[in-house]
Design a protein around this ligand. Sequence first.
Ligand code: ATR
Length: 273
Amino acid sequence: MKKFAVLGNPIAQSMSPFIHQLFAKQSNELLQYDALLIPKTSFSEYATNLFENEEFKGANVTVPFKQEAAKFASVLTEEARIAGSVNTLIKLDNRVVVGANTDGVGLVNDLVLNNVGLSGQRVLLIGAGGAARGVISPLIQAGVASIAIVNRTYDRAISLINHFKHKQLEALSLDQLNQDGHHFDLVINSTSASLYGELPGVANTVLAHAACCYDMAYASEPTIFVAQCEQLGVKQCIDGLGMLVGQAAESYFLWNGVRPDVKPVLAALRQRL
Ligand code: ATR
């Protein structure tokens, strides 16, 4: 039987085993998918052992190992190389392990599924951490006109645009953003603020003008950011559960060559939250 796992620390909360079992049912694939708690200092040792098992074909990688996974992989896809972060490891027949990053595709596909147009859109990306880094290139490839990056720590936003060097990117401080009356079509919150019940500090006037606000975080109730945007009357307010399923679907495709139908899986997951 083909074996897969998600590797992280902590990992008990992971919904990846549930998602991948539903994908497998759709395509009548028999596979095992485990959630494995990896000691924080032993990622490469554990991953090496896992991939030595003949049946083990691939892994998802989550916090805090995405950058270590990029070092572990024998070869990286273009997205993973640019992001410096890997959420999917794929074993090829010759035992080479490819590192890919499907987070950005997961976000873009979820936006498309929600009929959020991307071509020519002005995007505000809140946050400059690993989550932001993974979605910049896929958004640009999807044809957005511009991405302004705003971050609580302004220097990190500057570093991020210097890393990418795309002409569509601009870094803003929260003060500049909130004072200058900027308008955006799509606002994406990539910060971890919602996970702590905090708002990322973007002014109501900026958010209220957007046609769509997207929070990469999700919860059983609307996240604090989604709730704020709904209150402001933003037409489409979306949480990141669809991105979670979207990145999983892309991993599943890379491993098994089959594209799962994400909609029923997303509905089942929403019920389970
Ligand atoms: P991840 O890989 O999830 O992006 P990270 O690299 O630690 O994690 O980045 C977390 C992001 O959330 C950062 O942009 C962080 O802002 P700082 O760079 O200023 O730390 C942002 N963040 C976390 N909590 C926040 C809060 N309460 N308000 C605003 N931004 C917050």
